[in-house]
Design a protein around this ligand. Structure first.
Ligand code: TXA
Ligand code: MG
Length: 332
């Protein structure tokens, strides 16, 4: 057991973070997407602690974070020239590229794959942390496996207190959903996980972009496991936008039983429903940035969270719906 300290990002806390990371301990740190749970990516023992602290399945590989001046090509092979264009256009930022690995990263992090995902986060706090440690940091989101991803230091604390020595507090994450994961080991880059860097944005740079919800590792994961993720600790029901009457009926029934229902939706739906609402906002970027925060908020407020599918017309909707449909049970 650790006494978990939350500390603002400053010289003193960064020194501590460096000491912990270089000694093979875990540190929670902010990025522009969600908080990460970091360990030195060279060490099997250190990386194992991430899987233990999260209760993460051993066959789901971790991505590796470095600061913006780090020589990524020490770690990976660049097979296609479009990679340089993507780096130029989107990095630092919420785009993780999966390359062929040169084998320096712990096989515990890559789950024995010959590829590795590299991420260069853009937030100043993440950059300061990565520069202070100056080693590649393996990091998934800093939550207990299956729970909603953390977008504040307090969210990390609630899930991981006692399990890690330090959480660097950089305030609320602005991006809100995890980075886009893009396979760059083939002639056409393939999106493995959607995020704020969208297929359209990648196409505009490379001229082409494929899309796959099936990661190479899916076949070895337990069937069904991949469908629930990001879940708040309350009952949930996800409705289509044309199911307002049904959703309102559920709200009223839950309320009549003396329990606490809450709606969660984007602003375009507000005028159609009656009751307490967690507002996601109106633009896709705003909705992405609020999604996990509102899911966390629902845990203290609601017995039943009644959510509506998001549809703004933006390409970012894909990433939002990918998370929302795993976080909330489809109403049937
Ligand atoms: O925004 C983010 O990406 C956050 C912050 C902390 O940087 N990190 C994050 O990590 O979301 P994680 O571990 O929760 O998600 C990494 C995703 C997983 O879906 C994993 O299956 C995939 O990337 N992944 C990692 N390495 C891979 C590889 N070599 N091949 C295919 N997929 C990989
Ligand atoms: Mg995660």
């Amino acid at each position: 057991m650790y006494e978990t300290i939350i500390s603002k990002v400053n010289e003193e806390s960064l020194n501590k973070a460096r000491e912990y990371i270089l000694n093979g301990e875990l540190v929670g740190f902010p990025t522009e997407t969600v908080y990460g749970l970091g360990a030195i990516a060279y060490s099997d023992e250190a990386v194992k602690k991430i899987f233990e602290a999260k209760g993460r399945p051993q066959d789901n590989p971790l991505i590796v974070h470095v600061h913006k001046d780090y020589d990524v090509d020490k770690l990976v092979y660049v097979d296609y020239d479009y990679v340089y264009k993507l780096r130029e256009a989107f990095l630092p930022g919420p785009l993780t590229m999966v390359y062929r690995s040169k084998g320096m990263i712990s096989p515990v992090a890559t789950c024995g794959l010959d590829t590795v995902g590299i991420r260069i986060p853009s937030s100043e706090a993440a950059q300061r942390f990565l520069r202070a440690v100056n080693v590649p940091v393996a990091a998934p989101s800093a939550n207990v496996s299956k729970h909603t991803s953390p977008v504040t230091a307090m969210h990390v604390y609630e899930d991981l207190k006692g399990k890690i020595p330090l959480i660097l507090d950089g305030g609320k994450c602005t991006g809100g959903i995890e980075s886009t994961v893009l396979d760059v080991t083939t002639d056409t880059p393939i999106i493995l996980r959607s995020g704020l860097v969208t297929a359209d944005m990648i196409k505009s740079v490379v001229g082409k972009c494929g899309y796959s919800q099936n990661k190479p590792t899916d076949k070895i994961r337990a069937p069904g496991m991949k469908y629930r993720h990001y879940c708040p600790k309350c009952e949930t029901a996800l409705f289509k936008r044309n199911q307002v009457a049904l959703a309102q009926k559920l709200y009223d029934e839950v309320k009549a039983k003396g329990q606490r229902p809450y709606f969660m939706c984007d602003d375009a739906m507000l005028s159609e429903i009656h009751g307490n609402v967690l507002r996601l906002g109106s633009t896709a970027e705003e909705i992405a940035s609020n999604l996990y925060d509102k899911l966390h908020e629902s845990e203290g407020l609601a017995d039943m969270l009644i959510a509506f599918e998001v549809e703004t017309g933006s390409d970012v909707d894909v990433g939002i719906m990918n998370r929302l449909s795993k976080a909330c049970k489809k109403y049937e």
